[in-house]
Design a protein around this ligand. Structure first.
Ligand code: X5A
Ligand code: ZN
Length: 655
């Protein structure tokens, strides 16, 4: 459905007119660097370009006082000395004669983006703006921010489009206290912010940036603060925060729209943030948000002061909004102790307000000697950021290799219906050990699957779906695993739903991780062989994905994912779609889904579209997990946490 890119070059006009070491990092080049890189990568060309308009004074009045709007309007005619004097009345603000025009364009860009998404003109988008917005308040400019672009967009989405639930995700490294103040008693806006805090010793030095600020009145529980108390937070810390804190609440909230205060000063190399997350991490954060609100995601630029890191992170965000799979994350996926402490304290502060956190909070953390500590802050060598993404985009994003090409299958034009099959002799050789693959239909299906799998291993195809007769599902999966491992996959994740047992002669060499979701009891037979019951309710299914499947998968870092819906999987289409959409974050999106031949065309269609980058349908208001589901999950997490560190959401207690 498309991605909008909203911009206007006039927003490069505002600049620093006098010496001010605090303000000098917020430069016009921030926008041009990001835009140039988008062009260079061919990403701008794939977007619907919208020229930003100015927000009207009435629209600014959605969150700002008329007196404040007048004050900013009047800066247009002030001279340098007067501008400097007025700027001094605010914290980290430097006005320019063009500030009013630029700030109205920045707010207008957010409005245009929301209108484009909510009218269905596009699925999602990014507004590249200056000045940023999230620090600005009802009657105050603050922290380079003049009008609160994202807050205005949220108020507009409520007022003009009648929305009732909007999620605002502020991944900028500073606390967007302006957004918090504007909506702290409003339960229709769930505001999440992580930020460098250092126990209150980092700007803006506010007590109310801590995890125990959770909103007030009707809005209790709708402000979620995750303070980082050390610098150096990296990919594992950010992904853990999403899996264990933001996403459980976000699914329970069930937003109709996601707004992102997209600051990239939380990326590696940034002088303000001093964090370590690589640009690819923003592809993952974006992809994780795209499973909400039917994929209606509007990102609006906030901070980001290391031009190279900013440009690269913006590209990662746009690329993901366009539906490209996220590049694999680099580095060991182990959250640091300080991050776990922060995540745990935010979960504890939110638990009274969110059902999805309640049952899970009862367990005491396991007692183990000290865990890894945060790597100190390091600056990003620009050579590290320079290298283009190492995974060349496959020519086909998604291929469908069903046995009988189905004319009732509704597929987007870029999804290929694969005709080819592997050579007969080769297929027979792979099938030979399996009785269930002797039948002609099973052999034909296997031939198609092998052809698809080879295309994926060769890098021609990114993802795909294949089918098999139910009686041959286990054997076909066995062949797919062995073929994958012998033809280039280093680590293979297999998520098997329903009656599918781990192939008995599959080597226990750590190259495959087998996760069976099937309705028997919970068991971790080894760290590479996990079985869990099929959760009964949507809430249980979500906790299973967020609390078990994805943490295991992100820890394992597979380069190929097989997901098999076997006999008796009992999965609803929307649940299967969500699982596929989220597994797409692994292995650069190299995901092969194996279905039973008599699956409905609807199931095959929705899986193909999701693997191709379409948003899964939203699950709606979710039921809670049953106590049995929670117990099974807690048991498995306790067993597996020492090995798979992304499962942790409690810090270790050091005796
Ligand atoms: C939008 C943003 C940061 C202000 C820092 C002031 N503002 N020291 O990143
Ligand atoms: Zn910032």
């Amino acid at each position: 459905m498309g991605t909008a890119l909203v911009y206007h070059e006039d927003m490069t006009a505002t600049r620093l007119l006098w010496d001010d070491p605090e303000c000098e990092i917020e430069r016009p080049e921030r926008l041009t660097a990001a835009l140039d890189r988008l062009r260079q990568r061919g990403l701008e060309q794939r977007c619907l370009l919208l020229s930003a308009r100015e927000a009207s004074e009435e629209e600014l009045g959605l969150v700002h006082s008329p007196e404040y709007v007048s004050l900013v309007r009047e800066t247009q005619v002030l001279g340098k000395e007067e501008l400097q004097a007025l700027s001094g009345q605010f914290d980290a603000i430097c006005f320019h004669p063009s500030t009013f025009h630029c700030a109205r364009l920045a707010a207008g860009a957010g409005l245009q983006l929301v209108d484009a998404v909510l009218t269905g003109a596009v699925q999602n988008g990014l507004a590249l703006v200056r000045p940023p917005g999230h620090h600005s308040q009802r009657a105050a400019a603050n922290g380079f921010c003049v009008f609160n672009n994202v807050a205005i967009a949220a108020a507009h989405a409520k007022q003009k489009h009648g929305l009732h639930r909007i999620l605002v995700v502020d991944w900028d490294v500073h606390h967007g206290q302006g957004i918090q103040y504007l909506f702290e008693d409003d339960p229709s806006i769930l505001y999440f912010s992580w930020h460098r805090y250092e126990h209150g010793r980092f700007w803006p030095f506010l007590r109310e940036s801590d995890a125990d600020a959770v909103g007030r009145g009707q809005g209790l529980g709708f402000t979620v603060n995750l303070p980082w108390n050390q610098v150096g937070m990296g990919n594992a810390d950010y992904v853990a925060a999403f899996l264990h804190l933001l996403l459980p609440l976000a699914f329970e909230f069930d937003p109709e729209l996601v707004l992102v205060s997209a600051g990239f000063d939380s990326a590696i190399g940034d002088p303000e943030g001093q964090m370590q997350a690589t640009p690819e991490c923003f592809a993952h954060l974006t992809q994780l948000l795209q499973v909400l609100a039917g994929g209606r995601v509007c990102a609006v630029l906030e901070g980001g002061y290391h031009l190279e890191s900013l440009a690269e992170s913006v590209c990662m965000t746009v690329q993901t909004l366009l539906g490209d799979p996220a590049p694999p994350l680099s580095g060991s996926m182990v959250p640091c102790q300080s991050a776990l402490e922060s995540i745990q304290s935010a979960r504890a502060a939110q638990a009274p307000h969110w059902k999805s956190l309640q049952l899970q909070e009862e367990r005491p953390p396991p007692l183990l000697p000290g865990g890894p500590v945060c790597k100190g802050a390091a600056s990003a060598p620009s050579s590290l950021l320079d290298q283009p993404c190492l995974c060349p985009a496959p020519s086909v994003r998604t291929a469908v290799a069903l046995t009988a090409p189905d004319i009732t299958l509704v597929l987007p034009p870029d999804v290929i219906q694969q005709e080819g099959s592997a050579l007969r002799e080769e297929t027979e050789a792979w099938a030979r050990p399996h009785e269930s693959l002797a039948r002609e239909e099973a052999l034909a299906a296997l031939g198609k699957l092998l052809y698809l799998l080879d295309g994926m291993l060769d890098g021609q195809v990114n993802s795909g779906i294949a089918a098999t007769p139910a009686s041959a599902a286990a054997a076909t999966l066995d062949v797919a695993i062995r073929r994958g491992l012998s033809h280039g996959a280093q680590r293979l994740l297999c998520v098997a739903l329903g009656q599918l047992d781990r192939p008995p002669d599959l080597a226990h060499d750590g190259r495959s991780l087998w996760l069976n979701i099937r309705g028997k009891e919970a068991a971790a037979l080894s760290m590479f062989h996990v079985s869990t019951p099929l959760p009964a309710m949507t809430g249980g299914f979500l906790s299973c994905i967020l609390g078990l499947v994805l943490p295991l998968a992100y820890s394992f870092q597979p380069d190929l994912v097989l997901v098999a819906l076997g006999p008796g999987h009992g999965l609803q289409g929307r649940h299967a779609a969500l699982l596929a959409a989220m597994l797409r974050g692994l292995a650069g999106g190299r995901v092969l889904a194996l279905l039973e031949e008599d699956s409905t065309p609807q199931l095959a269609g929705i899986l193909a579209r999701v693997l191709n980058g379409e948003a899964p349908p939203s699950l709606g208001a979710s039921s809670v997990a049953s106590p049995e589901d929670v117990r099974a999950l807690m048991y498995l997490r306790g067993q597996l946490e020492p090995q798979w560190k992304m499962l942790q959401c409690h810090p270790h207690l050091v005796a």
